[in-house]
Design a protein around this ligand. Structure first.
Ligand SMILES: CC(C)(COP(=O)(O)OP(=O)(O)OC[C@H]1O[C@@H](n2cnc3c(N)ncnc32)[C@H](O)[C@@H]1OP(=O)(O)O)[C@@H](O)C(=O)NCCC(=O)NCCS
Length: 328
């Protein structure tokens, strides 16, 4: 198998990899915008928050017909490895997926991890591949999308006003870009509250968040060209930070935005802060980035509270994603 490690300094290899991404986008998920080169480079340098994947390309002449990504965290979840296999739509069912997967498993074994995870869109052919590779289904996430041309902003304002009444002791603070230094420690604590979101049957541990990791996440997003919007809920009586929500916009895909994590700390739940934060975010987005039409979000299928908020705000289901694991 002609596998070579991705070299980001090799422009032709990066271009050929982007051609593979584009072929897969058109065949598998045309409802997403194409990645920009800046996003692709940043992703392979920094990953989601400072831990980039190890990537190999499957070459056929100058073309890239497959890709293997392997992930390890060195902060937490030291028992886990992640494997992601992508095969060009015109080269599927020829055994390339299996060969890439086996190369990924070899790497996970070398690293001494005991569980390997993977994710797919919930489609019969991708599920068949995962099951043939010995994976068991462990979680389901739903991708939902809000179409700002069809949601009713008066209705959103009414939800926001009702939430404001239930959260009278809280105020909202808008932060664009990096979090100011004086808030960073508290933001790390709020980010860690995402560990309370359901993880279904996955063999995973709570993730560890500190100020350094938040800065690495910001750096990964900003280097990729994302604009970061964050709204923080703060208790007026003592200034305690209660929860936050984050959204990303990329000028290379001006019609789209990603509604990232929303979390509210345990002591502050029950005041409709989840609704207040998300309704306020879409109102801010409409003013700040008027080109956006679609806002995408992902939740565990079992996260009934967040889903109720999203559905009230007009989000509709696009597709389900499945999480798989197997022991090594
Ligand atoms: C899933 C994917 C990687 C499979 O790649 P591939 O090169 O077609 O896979 P292989 O030819 O090695 O197939 C291995 C086995 O998986 C199963 N399989 C793969 N595609 C299948 C399909 N369309 N229908 C039924 N079974 C399928 C079969 O058991 C197959 O063995 P067989 O051909 O001897 O019957 C490819 O479809 C892809 O890139 N999908 C999008 C990304 C994705 O979902 N990746 C998986 C994340 S780990």
């Amino acid at each position: 198998m002609n596998l070579e490690r991705l070299d980001l300094a090799d422009d032709a290899a990066v271009e050929a990899m982007m051609d593979l991404h584009e072929a897969s986008r058109l065949a598998d998920h045309p409802y997403f915008p194409a990645d920009t080169r800046q996003q692709v480079l940043a992703w392979h340098r920094y990953g989601w928050d400072g831990e980039p994947p190890e990537v190999w390309l499957l070459r056929e002449g100058d073309a890239v017909i497959g890709k293997l990504g392997v992930w390890f965290s060195y902060r937490d979840n030291l028992h886990l490895g992640g494997v992601n296999v992508l095969v060009h739509p015109e080269h599927r069912r020829m055994g390339h997926g299996r060969a890439l997967y086996e190369a990924g498993m070899k790497r996970v074994r070398e690293e001494g991890r005991r569980t390997v995870g993977a994710g797919t869109l919930d489609r019969p052919e991708f599920n068949a591949f995962a099951e043939t590779m010995g994976f068991e289904r462990k979680s389901a996430d739903i991708h939902r999308r809000q179409d700002l041309l069809s949601v009713d902003f008066e209705d959103i304002a009414a939800h926001r006003a009702k939430a404001e009444a239930a959260a009278a002791d809280y105020e909202l603070v808008r932060v664009e870009g990096s979090v100011p230094e004086e808030l960073i420690e508290d933001v790390a604590v709020m980010t860690a509250a995402i560990n309370d979101a359901p993880t279904d049957d996955l063999d995973i541990e709570d993730e560890i968040f500190d100020a350094k990791r938040i800065r690495e996440w910001e750096n990964a997003r900003l280097e990729g060209g994302d604009r970061i919007y964050r709204i923080i809920a703060r208790r007026k009586s003592d200034g305690a930070l209660a929860g936050h929500t984050m959204l990303g916009y990329h000028p290379g895909a001006p019609e789209y935005a990603n509604q990232w994590d929303t979390s509210v700390l345990k002591d502050h739940r029950g005041h409709r802060l989840g609704m207040l934060l998300k309704a306020s975010m879409v109102e801010w987005l409409r003013e700040a980035e008027p080109t956006v039409r679609y806002v995408d979000t992902w939740n565990a299928e079992s996260n009934s509270y967040m889903i109720a908020v999203n559905e009230a705000l007009g989000y509709q289901i696009v597709e389900r994603h499945l999480g798989y694991q197997r022991s090594v």
